[in-house]
Design a protein around this ligand. Structure first.
Ligand code: GLY
Ligand code: MN
Ligand code: MN
Length: 434
């Protein structure tokens, strides 16, 4: 095994993580310490567990993906060597036999660019040695607005313990600082996101050749995971492979129904490579040819997606961007005969007429998390990566169509990271039949 690269992805230049630590230091007030913890390995039943999902903030600042690791950033520590310290589990014979490779101190330094690496068992002593050089301790908690978990995290246990040990320090929220930083992607991050997008494209192209009447949704999911695993990636999220009216279930994950001739198939599937996520949606005709009606609805969604991509400009507010897409969608739904002028007259700001057929948001930031962190009350800025995902769902016609591309906001206008992935109805048909 390549000792310095226990993960499947290619090694990442540690400058990415060093630059991120520097950006965090710029945001920390004087006399601060910031601490990031690894995620827990999620338990299942009996002695089972799920694979570890690396903590996004810890990865962002160190490139470390190993369980139980802790990163401490203490810019004002008296001892210069302790201004950034990484703690990792000490490898031992038992771990080696049962779990295999664990990071050595040298390997942790190579991955992260952090010179001082200590064993986890030394944490309490080392932390005590620096905590009194600081007045405030910045700790992490999950501040994603839609997070809804009953499970206590390693971060929250850590917070409780440290507050008890050092009750007279001031405790502050690290999340707003990291949300601000992570929203703006660097060139190295955009390259990794593009890699995830390119793998997703290969999966989709494989599926275009595979889908025909009679194949089951499970088989299509298997085609994707074959391509992703081959390319050292995984699913970024539970894939949605939804044929016919299943496409109108927004979070359909069952993916076990046969695809019928004449139906549409909605594929919301993205690859995750080196912890960076792609998020793609395409809707294709099971038999390789759209009906007239399907194509009309499809092109309506495509026009709204394209106009919304063009509208993702520096300075735009998420709220206004969504509203613009809803107004465009109103017009499309009028032309499709799904809305009447009187429906539009009755709409209010909170309940746009389009909501009946387009009931979800237009997009979200994308990065180390699929629904990435970020301050959505601030205007779009250079370096943001967003998804653009309008849809029209008409269960009574067995039509559910969503299209989703990932884009980068730049000063010169939006750049579509998915411009190479087939999306025109004609091209989809050609690829399916060619
Ligand atoms: N697949 C999750 C989303 O599109 O937001
Ligand atoms: Mn998606
Ligand atoms: Mn999405």
């Amino acid at each position: 095994m390549d000792s310095c690269n226990p993960m499947r992805h290619a090694p990442i230049d540690s400058h990415l993580f060093a630059a991120n630590r520097e950006r965090l230091r710029m945001l920390l007030p004087p006399h601060s310490i910031a601490v990031m913890n690894a995620n827990d390995v999620p338990p299942t039943n009996a002695d089972g567990s799920l694979p570890l999902v690396p903590n996004s903030d810890l990865f962002y600042l160190s490139g470390i993906e190993q369980e139980e690791s802790i990163l401490v950033i203490a810019p004002d520590a008296f001892d210069e060597k302790l201004r950034e310290v990484l703690f990792v589990r000490q490898p031992n014979e038992h771990l080696k036999i049962w779990e295999g490779y664990k990071l050595s101190k040298d390997d942790a330094t190579k991955l992260s660019g952090i010179k001082t690496v200590k064993w986890l068992s030394d944490f309490d002593t080392v932390f005590r040695g620096i905590v009194f050089d600081a007045e405030q301790v910045f700790l992490n908690s999950n501040e994603h607005k839609r997070a809804d978990s009953q499970v206590e995290t390693r971060d929250s246990r850590f917070l409780r313990r440290i507050r008890e040990q050092y009750p007279l320090h001031t405790y502050r929220r690290l999340a707003p600082l990291l949300h601000r930083l992570r929203l703006v992607k660097s060139k190295a991050e955009i390259d990794l996101l593009q890699k995830a997008v390119d793998i997703t494209k290969d999966g989709f192209e494989r599926v275009l050749k595979f889908v025909k009447p009679g194949v089951n949704e499970v088989e299509i999911e298997a085609e994707f995971i074959h391509e992703f695993t081959r390319q050292r990636a995984s699913f970024a999220y539970n894939p949605i492979v939804a044929s016919g009216e299943n496409a109108c279930v927004l979070h359909y994950n069952q993916n076990d129904q046969p695809c019928k001739k004449g139906d549409l198939l909605l594929l919301d599937v993205g690859a995750r490579y080196a912890n960076y996520n792609a998020d793609l949606t395409r809707t294709i005709p099971v038999s390789g040819k759209f009906t007239r009606r399907q194509k009309d609805v499809y092109n309506a969604v495509l026009r709204v997606m394209r106009a919304s991509i063009a509208g993702a400009t520096v300075g735009k507010l998420m709220r206004d961007w969504l509203r613009e897409s809803q107004m465009m969608m109103n017009e499309e739904l009028l032309s499709l005969g799904l809305l009447k002028k009187s429906d539009i007259k009755k709409q209010t700001e909170e309940t746009p007429a389009s909501r009946k057929y387009f009931m979800h948001g237009l997009g979200h930031p994308l990065g180390l998390d699929v629904h990435d962190v970020g301050l959505m009350s601030t205007p779009f800025a250079e370096g943001w990566v967003l998804t653009v995902e309008p849809g029209i769902y008409i269960p009574e016609e067995k039509i559910g169509i969503r299209l989703e591309n990932d884009i980068l906001v730049t000063a010169d206008g939006p750049v579509d990271l998915m411009s190479e992935i087939p999306v025109e109805a004609g091209e989809i048909e050609e690829r399916m039949n060619g």
